[in-house]
Ligand binder design. Sequence first.
Ligand SMILES: *[C@@H]1O[C@H](CO)[C@@H](O)[C@H](O)[C@H]1NC(C)=O
Length: 452
Amino acid sequence: MLAGYLTLLLFITLVHPTVQDTNADLDQWISKQDIISFQTIHQNVNPHGTKRGFFAASLSTYHPNYFYTWTRDAALVARVLTGLDETSDDTLMDYVQFQIDTQSTETQCGCLGEPKFNTDGSSYQGTWGRPQNDGPAERAVAFMLIAKRWMDNGYQETAWIYHHLVPSLVKDLDYVVKVWYQDSFDLWEEVLGTHFYTLMIMRRALLDSVDFFNAYGKRPVDQYRLTAHLIAKRLEGFWSVEHGYIMATQGVRNGVQKLSGLDVSTLLAANLVASRKDGFFSPGSDKTLATVAALENSFKSLYPINHQQGQNLGTCIGRYPEDIYDGYDTSVGNPWFLATAAFTELYYLAIEEWKRVGVEVNDINQLFFQNIMQIEHGYYGPQSNVLNHLIKDTQLAADRFLKTIKYHQANNGSMSEQYDRYIGFMAGARDLTWSHAAFISASRAKSERFIQ
Ligand SMILES: *[C@@H]1O[C@H](CO)[C@@H](O)[C@H](O)[C@H]1NC(C)=O
């Protein structure tokens, strides 16, 4: 009798494994979600009644109102769209035109670091954290990618690019040269100080511009190269030997206090500069991996939902441990879809880097590898057995974050800004455009078609 019962139990366990996604399930979901995310982004681009080229942060107009275009969000989304063949060049052209106009729009800041604009293209006039100096750098990166795409496939007259896009690009680059060492608000719009993320994207924009003008423009680039060099020196100082991770901000003057200094923005920055392939705080570099481990371990203990996650799911990731923005108001912070997607993307970008240059397991990054597999300190070259094994396990870990997104998003593929730290339900602005762009970026990294 008892044996029969046990057999039945075993049978049930085997036939009904706990909601475990197979790889085929995951792949099938990813192909579907790629399409949904692409479509959702387009619903948020130039919605009815807005000026052409307006990229809404979300269509949510109330509780919270995100029906504005942020220079940052729009540029990050445009960057992803530029990397997709199915994006129409007209959409990119609208984006470029709209952004060129904002540069000469009257703003409270009176500078290119004005963070957000209204549906008609005028600037937001209310009280806000100004300036936000990552915006012009992100836009410069997007503009160069768009210009390259057009020149490579002959969509746009070269003359138009030189007379319209490039002058606007130069304004942004010159602005970065002028302001890079000044205080500005961070990408979360809360802290006035000097930010790792902002400097990283500024450095990328300047280095990209050196390549861009050497190839296409024949403009003097010495100032851009020199500034990128100075920024790199400054960035080195964000590594904390004491903490063993990258600190997000230095010289906080105002705003939210973050005692830990941990912030997922440092990893968003690593993902954004991966295409430089120079190993400088890149996804596979030891200091970035140390920061990945510190952030993951911190969120793992902080969010109650992480204590109930199945083995099959990855850790729910938020912005920073001290976060109190719940998507509507202030109470307690939650995990974010774009932060969770960034982990998948970072792991796959790290794998790409290790395949090229190998990996060194050392005191700095050992915590990261402890979360992946047992591995001795030492250097493992490309093609080595240990590295191949490590890559397989890292891929599994990367996919677990995607499974977390799949689990907490809506069944119809919708993704808001956040998901609740206790029960996982979606929270905050519905279908945040950036959430969907972050998913596509992660999905492309998994299939080794990296967004540049
Ligand atoms: C998708 O699901 C969410 C959450 O259930 C819901 O709020 C939203 O309206 C749905 N979207 C569509 C297009 O049906």
